[in-house]
Design a protein around this ligand. Sequence first.
Ligand code: SF4
Ligand code: SF4
Length: 124
Amino acid sequence: MPSLEKRGHFPNPYMASRDEVASRRTDVQRRIRIALNAAKAEERASVKGGETTVAFVKEEQCIGCDQCTIVCDDDAIELYDKPLASPLMKVDINRKAKILRDPCTGCRLCVFACPTDAIIMIDR
Ligand code: SF4
Ligand code: SF4
């Protein structure tokens, strides 16, 4: 088969090669990752914590997913059953998280782990 040039197809000098596109994509991904990490670090730094604070669960936002109890090293979170009054779902019990104030050290790990932003830090 004749070459592309012989068939009248000439490479477009302005078109990027696959390698160039892959290289640019890697570079953009790296810059996005750096920006997201910086934003996350800034957000985390803005959450207060420490001995003078204690975690608090906003019950209406808690979906009982158990993520907070997994990350809490101080056994300061318990789940309890709460009746669920919904005609749409065939479950009658929903689980909710509750903070035990005394063992809570204010470490904030549960705040970062909660997928629904149900946990906030409040003053003791
Ligand atoms: S702030 Fe730390 S110690 Fe307190 S409940 Fe959350 S994870 Fe546990
Ligand atoms: S991680 Fe958040 S949503 Fe899940 S059980 Fe704990 S407080 Fe509730």
